[in-house]
Each structure stands twice: as structure tokens, then as C-alpha cells.
Design a protein around this ligand. Structure first.
Ligand code: 6R9
Length: 628
């Protein structure tokens, strides 16, 4: 089957002004020698010692990049700008949920803040290689904290500010953090989310945490343990916080951060990324695919707690010397034109968001958008899940006024940078993610390991290593091998299904494993199930994703109740609240079925396919492996 969809051709002026105009030539060149391509890109950044080897694949699939080189991502994201006129341009514009609250930082000021936070961490005994857990909302301090860790060679582990205490506890313990950086609370639609209280519950049983740094944000009352907790603004007054702080030069392969993400089991995976390759990957892809220039005002709406926030809110734009815009609030509070108002007011040029946000805003109608002058926009972007053609067209026609290319970016926490996307000079197909990035090749495979021809759906794999690939799973190299490299030796298994069309454009269908994307958030069904069975009323539970008009997927749970419990509206509400409390409000199930029995194979595996068919009222298909 070929795809007879619309194709949007970019305007000649976009092609002429882009970093990458002749994309076909560059694609061919990078394909012929990916390692040489990446070496050329790496030369755009500073290294205090050059590499001996660009790619060391001797221990594959534990690939190493730029071995022997010394660098630090902060040298490139902050320090090098200080020696140029860029030192006085804005690095960060921050607007609170209450949009009267605005804080701005030039590169010079950003550096001062990062030095201060780094000095504090050093005074607390944080050393190279130590992991620091960061549990902060979308406020400037999350930039300072991440960059401060990187600056002194410590490893940050950012935990999304919506996770609950058990999930946070699991991530703190897994990384053995001695220091946690948090805030008193965060604003969500006018209400305070009690972050400090969640941290208190999370660290109660953490054997490793010695210090908790608390940023004052919502000014709410919080309990402070005088032996463990410190207000950040008080620490900043101390002599320990003052003075210069050198950026430590680290090995290119030294870890920069770990980031937990959901997989097929209840235990989240801690993805490891390094300084050298990650900076090359994020710098290059943002430059090519969003044509980012230093005069751009770049707004990525993702939370820094996810990979999109790491790569394309914090590191990528700063590496490119752009101005980053960050907003604490969501898309519809207090009115559904808050975001459009901000684009107009701050002259945003590049706007990168998620299909779920677009679909949410679309429902409020065009008038909210048309009220605002969005003519500063020159490029739009999408990430997190497939964008349906209808949402694509609305984004393109209404938000972009028909003149901005949309860069749909397919990638993962594991890949660190875009893998399948477009550059602005390429023709666009609404609903297709695009082509493998320069230096990458992708294929679609069948169960037996054969590459499938164009048009056929199968398992999406990536063929070439790339600089910002994860290096391993923290303290779990075997799981790294099993999850990503075992099914098709030599090929990276993405976990997604896709098809490739005749023109080489890739259409992503969705996850093939027990991971669901709900409003762009990655949630493991096993995490939801283990949260459910920790409730006394639940004997057994199975969670699946069902298509949802706005969220992309919704979470549907089939539950066997414990003896003595009956299904009721109240119980459903209790179970939803329970999942929100032990895992996260983002993982709240949308619907429940209460049953006596779950469909299982003879070996005891839940047949999710059958649950899905039942929930959707479809044919249950082949039931020969069902246990009875
Ligand atoms: C960046 C990010 C990764 C999974 C991935 C895929 C889905 C991400 C997408 C997309 C279609 C896109 N995904 N971007 N699907 N089109 N543009 O989202 O990372 O949270 O690790 O999720 O998200 O299923 O495998 P992460």
C-alpha cells in the first residue's frame, strides 16, 4: 500500500535561508560515511582535548563516541558564549503560571546562577560521578540545577514533578542520591502541588539522602527538618555559594545524566547519557531540523522532567546559543489562549509541542488563536506520539497561518536526540514522522527478522549507532542488551511499529510493547497494575491502552476484586485516586471493567489483545492459546 496523502512543499525562501538547503546531498553524504558526518558536526563544539576515535564499536552494542576526548556540555552550552557578544543576550525568559511573574537571564546571568548552585553542591560534598536527584517544577532553578551538576561532573537524575512519593522514592534509592533538589510546591491550574511534602515522604526511608535543597516557589508553608533541609535562598547568602566555579573537564564518555523511563516491567529503566556524544547529537539535530539560529526565541512546552525537556528545552537550544522560553503553566489555564498570548507577547519564533496539546486547544476553536498576532512564528514542531493529519492541518493552517513548516520528531528517551523527522527544506507529509536523520538508517522488520518492503507494517529498527544514544541502563547492562539488541542482533529495537512508504517517509503506528503513551507521557502498563494491586480491594489487574481522541491513548483497566469487595462508582473513584497517589496523576486510569477472570494463556500470560478487543467490542481473534 502506498500513501496517497497531501505533500506540502516548503517555500523557496525557507529552503534558501536554512542551515540545510540541499538536504538530498547531505543525506547521501552522511549515509556514505556516518562516522565522518558526525566527526564534522563535533568540530562545531569545543573540546579541551580532541578525540582519539570518533566511534569505538569494539564492545558493541556498548558503543562509545569521541573516546579520549575531554569536554563538558556546560563548556559548550554556557561558557563558550561568555567570550562572545552572546554573553549579553537572553539565554532564558521564564514566565510563571501567573503570567505577571517574569524572570529573565542573559547568558552572563545564567552562568552566575549556575556557578552559585554548583558551589552549593560542592560544599555539600557532591563530587564527580555522584548522582543528584532533581525534583523541581518548570522554574529557572531546574536549568541551574541540571547545569550545575554537569558543570562539576556530577550526574543529574531529574524526576518529573508530577510523580508521587513512591515513584520518587524508587528513583532516589535506585540512584543512591545523597542530595535532592526540590521546591516548596508548584502551581497547577491555580492550586499548589505539595512537592516538598512528597519529597518528605519519599526520603523518609531513603538510606542515602543527606541533604535536601528547597527552592522557594509557591511560598506555601512546608515542614523543614533542620538537620536535612535547607532553603536555597538561605544557602545562597552563605560564603560557600559565592565566587567562581570552574567547569570540570570530563571524559567524553563520562555520564551526564540518568533519566528514568517506563518499560515493560514495573521497574522503571534508568537510561544513561554522556557528555560528549549527547552534546553533538542534540546540538546538531536542533540546528538541522528546526533550523535554529541565535536570534530565535525557542519555546519547547515539554517539562524538563522528560527527555524532550532535557534535550530540547535545556541543552539543545543553549548549545546553539538561542534564547529559550519556558512557561510554568499548561495550555488551558486560565483561558485556552494563554499560550497564543505568550507567543505574541514574547515574539516566539519556534514552537515545539505535543499532539495532545494541539488536539486539546483545537477543541476550543480557531477564534482563540485568531485573537493573537502569531506572525513571529517561523517553525512549528511536534513530539511524543503520532500527530493525526487533522491536528497537523489545524496546527499548520491556524497556528502557523499556513507558512510554518511542521517538524514532527520521532525519538525516545533512549535515543537522546531526534531519529526520524524532517528538516525545513524537505517536503512534508501530514501524519508521517519523516526520514531518518542524517547518518541514520531505519528499517521495518517482520517477526522472523526479514526486512519488509515499503508499505508493510512491522517492527521499527535503527541500523546505525549515533552519538547521543544511551550507553547502557544504569546498573543493569543485561536489561540493556535484552531489551534493545536481542531480538535482531546488530539492530536497535525501538519498541514501535511503523511502515515506510515509497518515498522513504516513515509512518509511526505505535508501541508494540506494554508501554502506553498517554497525553504524550510514557507509562508502563505494569506500573499501573502494580499501583492497583497495592490497593486492598484489588486481587489482580491488567492495564491496556485504548484510542482516545485527545490524549492519544487512555488507560483501561480490567480488575478482579478481592473477596468482600463489590464494584461501585465509589470504588472506581478510589482506585483512580490510589493510582494517582502511589504513581502519578498522569497515570490515572480512565475506565475500568470488573471481572471474575482475566483471559490468560496456558503459561499464565495475560492476553492483552483479547482485553483490547473486548473493550472495543471487536472480534477477539484466535483464542486457541487461551487457557480455557
Ligand atoms: C521523545 C519521547 C518514546 C515513544 C516512542 C514512540 C512515541 C515519540 C513520536 C512518537 C510518533 C512521534 N513517539 N515521538 N510517536 N511520532 N513524533 O517522546 O520520548 O517519552 O521516551 O517516548 O514515544 O512510541 O517509542 P519517550
Amino acid at each position: 500500500m502506498t500513501d496517497q496523502h497531501d505533500v506540502f512543499q516548503p517555500d523557496q525562501s525557507i529552503i534558501d535561508n536554512a542551515w540545510v538547503s540541499d538536504w538530498k546531498t547531505l543525506e547521501e553524504k552522511a549515509k556514505a560515511d556516518p562516522v565522518a558526518y558526525w566527526e564534522e558536526q563535533a568540530r562545531n563544539l569545543e573540546w579541551s582535548k580532541p578525540w582519539d576515535k570518533v566511534l569505538d564499536d569494539s564492545g558493541k552494542p556498548f558503543f562509545k563516541w569521541f573516546t579520549g576526548a575531554r569536554t563538558n556540555i556546560v563548556t559548550n552550552a554556557v561558557d563558550r558564549h561568555l567570550n562572545t557578544a552572546r554573553r549579553n543576550k537572553l539565554a532564558l525568559i521564564w514566565v510563571g503560571e501567573n503570567t505577571d511573574e517574569v524572570r529573565t537571564f542573559s547568558y552572563f546571568a545564567l552562568n552566575r546562577e549556575v556557578e552559585q548552585m554548583a558551589n552549593v553542591l560542592k560544599a555539600m560534598g557532591v563530587r564527580k560521578g555522584d548522582v543528584v536527584t532533581i525534583y523541581l517544577p518548570r522554574i529557572p532553578e531546574i536549568f541551574f540545577a541540571m547545569l550545575a551538576c554537569a558543570k562539576i561532573g556530577a550526574v543529574h537524575s531529574v524526576v518529573f514533578a508530577g510523580y508521587s512519593s513512591e515513584a520518587l522514592n524508587q528513583r532516589i534509592d535506585g540512584s543512591e542520591s545523597k542530595v535532592v533538589i526540590t521546591a516548596d510546591g508548584s502551581w497547577i491550574n491555580g492550586k499548589v502541588f505539595p512537592m516538598k511534602q512528597i519529597v518528605d515522604d519519599a526520603v523518609k526511608f531513603s538510606p542515602t539522602v543527606e541533604n535536601v535543597i528547597v527552592v522557594r516557589n509557591t511560598k506555601s508553608d512546608v515542614a523543614m527538618d533542620s538537620t536535612r533541609d535547607h532553603w536555597y535562598h538561605e544557602l545562597c547568602k552563605l560564603p560557600i555559594a559565592k565566587g567562581k566555579c570552574q567547569t570540570v573537564q570530563v571524559d567524553a564518555e563520562d555520564p551526564l545524566f540518568i533519566l528514568y523511563t517506563s518499560g515493560s516491567t514495573g521497574k522503571p529503566k534508568a537510561i544513561v547519557h554522556t557528555h560528549g556524544g549527547y552534546q553533538v547529537g542534540t546540538y546538531t539535530t536542533l540546528r538541522n531540523c528546526f533550523d535554529i539560529k541565535e536570534e530565535d526565541r525557542w519555546w519547547c512546552t515539554a517539562d524538563p522532567g522528560w527527555i524532550t525537556g532535557h534535550s530540547y528545552l535545556v541543552y539543545g537550544p543553549l548549545l546553539n546559543g538561542a534564547t529559550v522560553f519556558m512557561h510554568e503553566g499548561g495550555p488551558t489555564y486560565p483561558y485556552p489562549d494563554g499560550w497564543w498570548q505568550l507567543i505574541e507577547h514574547y515574539g516566539i519564533t519556534s514552537f515545539y509541542t505535543a499532539p495532545t496539546a494541539i488536539r486539546t486547544l483545537m477543541r476550543f476553536g480557531e477564534a482563540w488563536v485568531r485573537k493573537h498576532d502569531l506572525s513571529s512564528l517561523r517553525i512549528l514542531g511536534s513530539v511524543g506520539e503520532p500527530i493525526n493529519p487533522e491536528a497537523w492541518r489545524w496546527f499548520h493552517d491556524v497556528v502557523g497561518n499556513g507558512k510554518c513548516p511542521i517538524t514532527d520528531t520521532w525519538w525516545q528517551t533512549e535515543t537522546g536526540m531526534f531519529q526520524i523527522t524532517t528538516v525545513p527544506a524537505m517536503p512534508l507529509k501530514p501524519g508521517a514522522a519523516g526520514r531518518p536523520v542524517f547518518g541514520q538508517e531505519a528499517a521495518v522488520m517482520d517477526e522472523e527478522g526479514n526486512e519488509l518492503p515499503p508499505g508493510q507494517e512491522g517492527f521499527l529498527v535503527l541500523k546505525n549507532p549515533w552519538p547521543s544514544m544511551m550507553r547502557t541502563l544504569y546498573k543493569d547492562p543485561d536489561r540493556y542488551l535484552d531489551t534493545y539488541w536481542k531480538k535482531y542482533p546488530g539492530l536497535y529495537l525501538t519498541g514501535d511499529s511503523a511502515r515506510i512508504d515509497e518515498d522513504g517517509y516513515i509512518w509511526i503506528i505505535g508501541r508494540t510493547d506494554d508501554v502506553i503513551k498517554v497525553s504524550g507521557h510514557r507509562i508502563g502498563t505494569a506500573e499501573v497494575e502494580s499501583a492497583l494491586v497495592s490497593h486492598p480491594a484489588v486481587a489482580e489487574a491488567a492495564a491496556i491502552g485504548l484510542p482516545h481522541e485527545v490524549k492519544g491513548n487512555s488507560i483501561h483497566c480490567t480488575v478482579i476484586l478481592a473477596q468482600g469487595y463489590e464494584p461501585s462508582k465509589q470504588l472506581t473513584a478510589d482506585l483512580r485516586a490510589h493510582v494517582a497517589e502511589v504513581l502519578s496523576p498522569i497515570a490515572k486510569p480512565d475506565s475500568f471493567d470488573f471481572v471474575e477472570k482475566l483471559p490468560k494463556t496456558r503459561s499464565g500470560k495475560i492476553m492483552r489483545r483479547v482485553l483490547k478487543a473486548r473493550a472495543l467490542g471487536q472480534d477477539e481473534g484466535d483464542l486457541s492459546t487461551l487457557d480455557d
